[in-house]
Design a protein around this ligand. Structure first.
Ligand code: DMJ
Length: 506
């Protein structure tokens, strides 16, 4: 964005970060305060997944974009800490680590996304440093997943959101592309892309392709909205031996872009069409709410839900139609001959209500999530169709109208019903992802071209191929003399630390 001055202002902050301090607490050693109070080594829980995708991914990306050695040094400092999470019996990363402990951790039940989403960062780190040890850690974890839970699955190689690494069966929760699972599938295709040309990429590409083939049969569901027939597709949720729930989590909406990317990389044309329909469905839901932003999740009426109210258009006006439960002239629900199902007759019409049509249930909060605009961005870059830029712009203006606050973008308490009520909270992914995808969608396609960059799940771009970090010329080099003391703690860290020490003060 041309914010070079801001980048230079951030360098001392990155240099001074004390990787041993978490919320003001030191997890690495016991120590004495000036008033001789002994503070024991703290037990902390470092969230492995978030620290990896946000901090490690951010530092690696900053290095790839700038060529600034400082970013790489700090990335390696952090990678050494995160690598301890792999010190488990299975070799899967523990979801929370106490980095001060050297001993093994029992991972218990792990979430698929948390266990399977360190591979892009660790693979890129190996490519940069030419040191294979980082790659080996995540590769071993992927092998474990492929040979363990992916085989024990009801719908192989799909895996439920949670599983216990070494337990027979051991799969819990639902099959989904949404929360708890999402970035595992995303990283299969992206690691395959990062490593393309190397034999080892096959493992990731094959596992990805097989996962999508199974998901098409088990998780993909048509969204039956009259007037939009055949245009909308959701990727729902399925619990153990249960029917598909036609849900659409906002988190799942990244899958439109993932399917498009996979289609291009692996010549899977059907995936592009499905990805386009998933992205359209997410966009459509966002625009069908009272506020113009998308709820956390919606559950559509299934086509055969007898309580379903369907939308129809009569002389250009939108109406809602309630279908009659029993059909004319037949005992079966479909009526007529048993081999020839036919649509039930429409009983009466009434005006469309305000909720998204076809939606039975909404979890209505919007917290600035990026997944739909991410897929809209991919669709534009992959197809060149300007319709996606226009859709993205509508999303941006409606988001601004609903969420803009004095200090940033607020969360919205209820996306379904206007007026939008603000919640005083802005997640870090609003800057890392949501704004970034909006910006890139309206930029020329050679700004971070998808042929040259792969985005981690927090939208931090990594170089694909042999190009040297910093060769984009975005950063001209900075003044290392002004960086301050390495690891002394940033102002924010020191403030937290002071508050913490005061608890023990005289
Ligand atoms: C982000 O932190 C990442 O994209 C993650 O993979 C899941 N989704 C959140 C933002 O919604």
């Amino acid at each position: 964005m041309g914010l070079s001055e801001e980048y230079d202002l951030c360098r001392p902050h990155v240099n001074q970060l004390n990787m041993h301090w978490l919320n003001g607490r030191d997890w690495s050693s016991a120590y004495r305060t000036q008033s001789n109070v002994l503070i024991p080594r703290e037990i902390v829980q470092l969230p492995t997944f978030e620290t990896n995708i946000r901090y490690l991914g951010g530092l690696i990306s900053a290095y790839d974009l700038s060529g600034d050695r400082l970013m790489l040094e700090r990335a390696l400092d952090l990678a050494k800490i995160l690598a301890r999470s792999f010190n488990t019996a299975s070799g899967l990363p523990a979801s929370r680590i106490d980095p001060g402990h050297q001993s093994s951790y029992w991972t218990g039940s792990v979430s698929l996304a948390e266990a399977g989403s360190l591979s892009l960062e660790f693979s890129r780190l190996s490519l940069i440093t030419k040191d294979q040890k980082w790659f080996d850690l995540t590769h071993r974890a992927t092998e474990f997943i492929k040979q363990g839970p992916a085989v024990r699955s009801d719908h192989p190689p799909l895996i439920t959101g949670n599983f216990v690494p070494d337990q027979k069966g051991g799969l819990y929760g639902s099959y989904t592309f949404g929360g708890l699972a999402d970035s595992y599938y995303e990283y299969l295709i992206k690691v395959g892309q990062l490593l393309s040309g190397r034999a080892v990429a096959k493992l990731y590409n094959d596992l990805y392709a097989a996962s999508i083939d199974t998901a098409r049969k088990t998780l993909f569901g048509e969204v039956p909205i009259p007037g939009l027939d055949g245009q909308l597709l959701t990727i729902g949720k399925r619990a153990f031996r249960q029917p598909l729930v036609p849900e659409l989590e906002h988190l799942t909406c990244f899958a439109g872009g993932m399917l498009g990317l996979g289609a291009r990389l692996l010549n899977r044309e059907q995936d592009l069409d499905d990805g386009r329909r998933v992205a359209s469905t997410c966009y459509w839901v966002s625009q069908a709410t009272g506020t113009g932003v998308q709820p956390e999740s919606v559950i559509f009426y299934a086509a055969d839900d007898t309580s379903r109210e369907t939308l129809t258009t009569i002389k250009g006006e939108r109406y809602e139609a309630v279908r009659q439960k029993a059909s004319i002239g037949g005992s079966s629900r479909f009526g007529g001959s048993e081999t020839e199902p036919r649509t039930e007759p429409i009983k009466y019409y009434r005006h469309l209500q305000g909720d998204p049509p076809g939606v039975k249930f909404s979890s209505p909060r919007y917290i600035g999530r990026p997944e739909t605009i991410e897929s809209v961005f991919y669709m534009y870059r992959l197809t060149g169709d300007k319709k996606w830029q226009e859709r993205g712009w509508r999303m941006f203006t409606s988001w601004a109208a609903a969420a803009r606050a004095k200090g940033g973008m607020a969360s919205v308490l209820n996306a379904v019903h206007a007026p939008a009520r603000h919640v005083d909270n802005m997640e870090s992914f609003v800057l890392a992802e949501t704004f970034k995808y909006h910006f890139l969608l309206q930029s020329e396609p050679d700004v971070l071209s998808l042929d040259e960059w792969v985005f981690n799940t927090e939208a931090h771009p990594f170089i694909i191929g042999e190009r040297a970090p910093g060769s984009s010329g975005l950063w001209k080099g900075g003044n290392d003399k002004e960086l301050g003391v390495r690891g002394a703690g940033t102002d924010a860290q020191k403030w937290n630390r002071l508050k913490n020490l005061e608890r023990f003060g005289p």
